[in-house]
Design a protein around this ligand. Structure first.
Ligand SMILES: [Zn+2]
Length: 129
């Protein structure tokens, strides 16, 4: 039997992706750029249990790499640009994409851990059932 919470998994993950508390959707998940708050500032849901570690950075590298490397290879094959021009194009793109994806992906990972009851989030998961 799939419970009602299973169907809301996408909502919880979306809230995390947007940097919001996965429980209430109103409080902030972060207290700084990639520093997760100890608890939600609206509902008090504790977040200090998360163990995102390097996974958000790993996902960011994988995603940015899968976008930039094929584009750079295509541009090199099609236009044979100078190396300085490649650097002028791809380095800023890598920087913007990495900084733009890092916080949402970390929020996604923390929300996923919260939703699945991983680490210290088991009590929160049991309270939702
Ligand atoms: Zn909250």
């Amino acid at each position: 039997m799939a419970n009602a919470q299973t169907g809301k998994g996408g909502l919880y993950l979306l809230r995390g992706l947007m940097g919001r508390c996965p429980a209430c959707g109103e409080g902030h998940l972060f207290r700084a750029f990639v520093k997760v708050a100890d608890a939600c500032d609206k509902c008090g849901e504790p977040f200090h249990h998360h163990r995102a570690d390097d996974f958000p950075a790993y996902l960011t590298i994988v995603l940015v790499g899968h976008v930039v490397v094929p584009l750079a290879m295509y541009v090199e094959i099609a236009f044979m640009l100078n190396y300085w021009l490649h650097a002028a194009i791809w380095l800023p793109m890598i920087l913007v994409l990495s900084l733009g994806l890092l916080q949402p992906l970390k929020g996604l990972i923390v929300a996923m851990q919260w939703h699945m009851g991983m680490h210290g989030f088991a009590a929160a998961k049991l309270a939702r059932l």
